[in-house]
Design a binder for this molecule. Structure first.
Ligand code: XIL
Length: 317
């Protein structure tokens, strides 16, 4: 039994993992990535982002994104598509452009229409808007918000829906997995999009957690319930649980518990459709390069060997 077969057996849609193009030259890595007993879904970590797909205005490059999408199709894995609108990993022409409300809305709509149309039929879901909120629940002062205002959110969802009426449309963020101002802000985004009469299908809970300070299972489950009460599904979209290095047996054991609690919250929430880890091995985790001195966040170690966290996930499913 693997993570995905266990998830499907309890009527989840998938258990999956993030991945990225450079790692695909590592044959031992790819062998496990292709193992559908563990992974019934993959997410491209970078190659569908704006800088990758539209490096020059209205010139689109789908080569790297297509490699991941084609791999998912060849393996029979679902694809979570990530992402359309974010404040990071934007090309220079966007960040350094001179924009008015009108010209930026046009560029936003063109990007979403072209990218969603290209991947039409290949994605289970799109993360339409990523990380729009500050920690206090107010809108992040991104180019999108400062130029267009909060209307950029319903505009983005409406444009994605017009390009592909079948794909699930998600709002995705971190630190919205437990109750507080930011989770309330995410609920308000769902209500905002709905108030425009525009489709929003899900909230993605990134779940980039820290060993020993991961929110409790009951806290995560009750926050999931606050989203599903609005008529949307939820998914855990980028789960990893990092620690300050070096790792110890005690930290690895606590990490097992933390993974188990997070997966358990999804298991007990009917509207939680699936779980994605943000890569499966410490060898390719984004954590060490982003959080200085931290790492070992994944369920497999850097030698591609399963850690206690793997058992924590499997037994929670
Ligand atoms: C990360 C990638 O994993 C890194 O390779 C990249 O350098 C930066 O972005 N939230 C998100 C993801 O929504 O897109 C981010 O992915 C991690 C945080």
């Amino acid at each position: 039994d693997g993570l995905n077969t266990a998830a499907v057996a309890i009527r989840k849609t998938y258990f999956g993992t993030g991945t990225d193009n450079p790692e695909l030259t590592d044959t031992a890595y790819v062998t496990q990535l292709n193992n559908t007993a563990d992974f019934g879904q993959i997410t491209p970590g970078n190659s569908q982002k704006w800088d990758a797909t539209e490096p020059t205005q209205n010139t689109f490059t789908f080569t790297n994104g297509d490699v991941i999408a084609d791999l998912a199709e060849a393996n029979g894995q679902k694809l979570r598509c990530h992402n359309l609108v974010w404040h990071n990993q934007l090309p220079n022409w966007v960040t350094s452009g001179t924009w008015t409300n009108e010209t930026l809305v046009a560029a936003l709509k063109n990007h979403i229409t072209k990218v969603v149309t290209h991947y039409k039929g290949q994605c289970y879901a799109w993360d339409v808007v990523n990380e729009a909120l500050n920690e206090d629940g107010t809108y992040r002062e991104s180019l999108w918000y400062t130029t267009i205002g909060e209307a950029y959110l319903p505009i983005a969802f409406a444009t994605a829906a017009a390009a592909d009426s079948d794909v699930k449309l998600y709002y995705n963020d971190y630190n919205i997995e437990y109750s507080g101002a930011k989770a309330t802000g995410a609920q308000n985004i769902v209500k905002l999009v709905q108030s425009y009469g525009v489709k929003i299908d899900g909230v993605g809970l990134q779940a980039h957690f820290i060993v020993g300070s991961t929110p409790s299972k009951s806290s995560q489950a009750s926050t999931m319930a606050a989203y599903t009460a609005l008529g949307v599904e939820v998914a855990i979209t980028e789960l990893d649980i990092r620690m300050t290095l070096p790792s110890t047996q005690a930290l690895l054991s606590q990490q097992q518990t933390d993974y188990s609690n997070t997966v358990g919250a999804c298991v007990e929430t009917e509207g939680c459709v699936g779980i994605t880890i943000w890569d499966w091995t410490d060898k390719y985790s984004w954590v060490p390069s982003t959080f200085s001195g931290q790492g070992d966040a994944c369920p497999w170690d850097e030698n591609l060997v399963k850690k206690p966290a793997y058992t924590g996930i499997l037994t929670a499913l």
